[in-house]
Design a protein around this ligand. Sequence first.
Ligand code: FAD
Length: 313
Amino acid sequence: MSNVLVLVDHTDGTVRKTTAELLTIARRLGEPVAVFIGDGAQAALPALGQYGATKVIALTNPELSQYLVAPKAEALQQVAAKIEPSAILISSNAEGKEIAARLAVKLESGLITDAVDVQEGPVTTQSVFAGNYSVKSKITKGTAIITVKPNAATPEAAETSPEVEEFDVTISDAAKTAKITDSKPRAATGRPELTEAAIIVSGGRGTGGDFAPVEAFADSLGAAVGASRAAVDSGWYPHAYQVGQTGKTVSPQLYVAAGISGAIQHRAGMQTSKTIVAINKDNEAPIFELVDFGVVGDLHKVLPTATQEVTNR
Ligand code: FAD
């Protein structure tokens, strides 16, 4: 069986859910080998073994965390030369996509970004043109390098007992071009990460700038909070929470749109959600065309009632 490299997505050593998704996909394609960049590979072993990593390659060279992106691509190139994987899976975030692009050039290989599904082959599915087309494709040159969107797979456990193998890489001066001078975590909200959340409650212009009912309902469900561009452009919610064509693409189990009309650019970011609920006071709002459940009403009344109901259970 061929090796499939999975670049571990982690925050200060805490393995993110997207890694479990990548490992689940990797098992469809071959033997998953996890690559952990930074300190903490040993502590991450249970999280990686739970989803079938057969081995964990640890890269701890200090340059990898001191400089932006380029050294990571160089390091992965060296790992790939040793492991000779048939595919390399990386999370589809800004850094992951840049690493993948640089790696594809180095390995003279094809690259597919933003896959929403990957099956044997590997055959990938991408959602393009604001979600209006679904494209299946296959890499025909070199190693298949694929970046995969969060929630592209449901993590399926497959217990293994991997061991850590330290791997020393050489980072060239040419890769040390952009040094990280400061790095601070974003203030914690206590809510799940937007792109990984199983439930999202989003607010739009209909909130009138008052996101308190949206946040309260989200908290009652353990959900993440999202926002439409109208709400973000009005300065009511930070851009990091914008859902849509020029924001984040999400695909949760449940998406609640409160005071959002359902413009095509918003839909592009959420229409692959498994169940969609809308609360809108206009019964002709376009969002009602794609919902599974709709409530016609004022969100300032509906959301607090719903929050109370959930809290009472
Ligand atoms: P509106 O369209 O104004 O809708 C507000 C809704 O709230 C209405 O349906 C109204 O009936 C309802 N409402 C009002 N008061 C209440 C109440 N008290 N209770 C319940 N309902 C109420 N948009 C995005 O969201 N994400 C993107 O990434 C994005 N990218 C874009 C990129 C481009 C290039 C362009 C041109 C546009 C983009 N847009 C994006 C903007 C998009 O076209 C819409 O303008 C935007 O989505 C509208 O946001 P909204 O639904 O909150 O506001």
